[in-house]
Design a protein around this ligand. Structure first.
Ligand code: FMN
Ligand code: ATP
Length: 312
């Protein structure tokens, strides 16, 4: 897959202008609804004998148009989104740098400059896709702005339990710790990438050595609590139990929750390694224990539970 970064106004000299079927959207998470849109574009491209492309935007419009107090977090920060879109079999991914100036384009300008000039012969998007300033262009107005210069497919709403599969719904589920439901909507377990860093080394003394994971990029971290997880190190996958939180049993002044993973059968030193962490099941809330023995008893139960849920 070719990945092409575009800045507004686009420099058309840089583009290979071949006829293409293009899927349009932000696509955070590349969930099942997004997959339906991108697959529809790939199918259409096969039918028409053109390339299949995706146009996405970065950063998220909300980050640019509304002042976010904290930097916004993502289900798939850009490198992850690129990986997932590539796996779907797209020929070209266009990443438009989302700025206020780009957001100010009228719907007609967006269609002229970003679709027609890029030789998009067919545009594919979901029923609720909007384009142009204040989201005034919709899939219903697209034929009007296109004036017979391109055709379009509207992908109908994909639902799960009578509700749209959406990035915002998945974000909400992660903030509630509902990682099993997230798997359903993504079509695979949610994962974050990170690096193994030094912890306070207390884990070893209580019989549960843990790898502390420092997330890379701006991944959304599920709600604090204990989870059954798998950790992938150098293409090898290990099962374990993970605590995300503030370790209230001990004195802790961290602002961000720490992510600690205890792997069941593992005695390698992986400090500094890049890892990915997949969130399979939620086990319980994080608690403040009266003493370390009670914490140890509980962690043993967590471990048993996670072992019964996961392949070892
Ligand atoms: C499966 C698991 C569950 C945990 N649950 C809690 C908890 O409920 N409350 C708490 O204060 N700490 C909890 N911890 C964190 C331990 O306190 C922590 O692993 C230990 O203090 C080591 O910390 P260190 O890596 O900073 O040395 C849990 C750790 C694991 C691995
Ligand atoms: N459940 C769905 N069914 C069909 N199309 C969808 C679905 N979800 C998103 N799309 C389409 O996928 C593209 C990308 O959508 P977008 O990035 O806005 O995702 P979203 O899940 O709707 O996000 P958010 O929850 O932030 O609104 C758009 O064309 C959109 O219409």
């Amino acid at each position: 897959m070719d990945t092409i970064y575009l800045n507004h106004p686009i420099d058309k000299g840089k583009l290979k202008i071949v006829p293409t079927v293009m899927a349009l959207g932000f696509f955070d998470g590349v969930h099942k609804g997004h997959q339906a849109v991108i697959s529809a574009a790939i199918d259409k491209a096969k039918e028409l004998g053109t390339t299949a492309s995706v146009m996405t935007f970065n950063p998220h419009p909300k980050e640019v148009l509304r002042k976010q107090e904290n930097q916004m977090k993502y289900l798939t920060p850009l490198p992850e989104k690129i990986k997932k879109i590539k796996q779907l079999g797209v020929d070209t991914l266009y990443i438009v740098h989302f700025t206020k100036e780009f957001a100010d384009l009228t719907p007609q300008e967006f269609v002229d400059d970003y679709l027609i000039d890029m030789n998009v012969v067919h545009a594919v998007a979901g029923f609720d896709f909007t384009y142009g300033s204040l989201g005034k262009g919709t899939m219903e107005t697209l034929p009007f702005h296109a004036r017979n210069r391109l055709r379009s497919t509207i992908v109908e709403k994909l639902e799960a339990d009578n509700e749209k599969v959406s990035s915002s719904r998945i974000r909400q589920l992660l903030s509630n710790g509902e990682v099993e439901a997230v798997t359903e909507l993504l079509g695979e377990t949610y994962l974050i990438r990170g690096t193994v860093v030094d912890g306070e080394k207390r884990g070893r003394t209580i019989g549960f050595p843990t790898a502390n994971i420092q997330p890379k990029d701006r991944f959304i971290i599920p709600k604090t609590g204990v989870y059954a997880v798998t950790l992938t190190v150098r293409d090898e996958e290990f099962s374990g139990v993970c605590n995300v939180g503030f370790k209230p049993t001990f004195h802790n002044e961290a602002n961000e929750p720490t992510i600690e993973v205890h792997l069941f059968s593992f005695d390698r030193d992986i400090y500094g390694e890049d890892v990915s962490l997949s969130w399979h099941y939620r086990i319980r809330d994080e608690q403040k224990f009266l003493n370390v023995d009670d914490l140890i008893k509980q962690i043993n139960l967590d471990k048993e539970k996670a072992m019964s849920l996961l392949p070892l």
